[in-house]
Ligand binder design. Structure first.
Ligand code: HEM
Length: 196
């Protein structure tokens, strides 16, 4: 646990998650941009495979009854099917659904979901980049498109639900560890999928 997070136990969970993962976020952001996913359709195909793996391993969490009780409306948010549709749009093979990740507890799962839902914010920038290679919310970049109600509204609702949970300090730490594990997974998968 890093010092910033330990020293600010009174912060709402969403702020603790952000403080605890900012460094990881920035490294993933740099890795993604460094892998030039929007340079060509060929490189975008690697990115879609990465997104397929990431959204695939967490897809089941969105249907989990306990998590839906903690976060009502969760089942409406997964983007895995949209990633599959993007692959089909581009005439790419859809890999088999990856083995689900098994976070160590429901609170750790909240951290994975924080990572995935937050990635929707940065997706605004990525979505614009896909236009350079002729893609949009109806072809190839469906999973990066904003919800008709806007990205900010959904994110604010998600954060409000997270911050309304009555968790112990240990459970909050589990959530932060879950988010760190999700960023680690994303980083490792990116390195595996993109050619060196
Ligand atoms: C080139 C790639 C990326 C860029 C440029 C980027 C950019 C951003 C930006 C600008 C925000 C803040 C938006 C706002 O506050 O309105 C953000 C938030 C966030 N992004 Fe990314 N992002 C990238 C990739 C990712 C990836 C791959 C993940 C997860 C696997 C991710 C997870 C998050 C999370 C969790 C937040 C919410 C932070 C918070 O608590 O406020 N991002 N991103």
């Amino acid at each position: 646990m890093n010092a910033i997070v330990q020293n600010l136990p009174e912060l709402p969970l969403s702020k603790r998650l952000k403080a605890g993962t900012t460094r990881d976020h920035d490294s993933v952001d740099n890795l993604v941009m460094g892998s030039r996913p929007f340079e060509s359709n060929e490189r975008y195909a690697y990115f879609l495979r990465l997104q397929h793996r990431f959204h695939g391993v967490i897809n089941w969490l969105y249907q989990d009854a306990e998590l839906n009780q903690l976060l009502p409306g969760l089942q409406e948010l997964p983007r895995f099917e949209a990633v599959c549709a993007d692959l089909v749009d581009l005439g790419l093979p859809v890999p088999t659904e990856p083995q689900p990740v098994r976070p160590s507890s429901p609170c750790a799962a909240l951290g994975w979901l924080y990572c995935a839902e937050g990635s929707n914010l940065g997706a605004a920038f990525l979505f614009k980049q896909t236009q350079k290679i002729g893609l949009d919310g109806e072809k190839g970049a469906r999973h990066l498109a904003a919800h008709p109600d806007g990205r900010a509204l959904h994110w604010r609702q998600f954060v409000t639900l997270l911050d309304g949970l009555d968790l112990t300090d240990t459970q909050r730490d589990e959530a932060i560890q879950g988010a760190l594990d999700a960023f680690d997974f994303y980083r490792a998968t990116l390195r595996e999928i993109f050619p060196a």
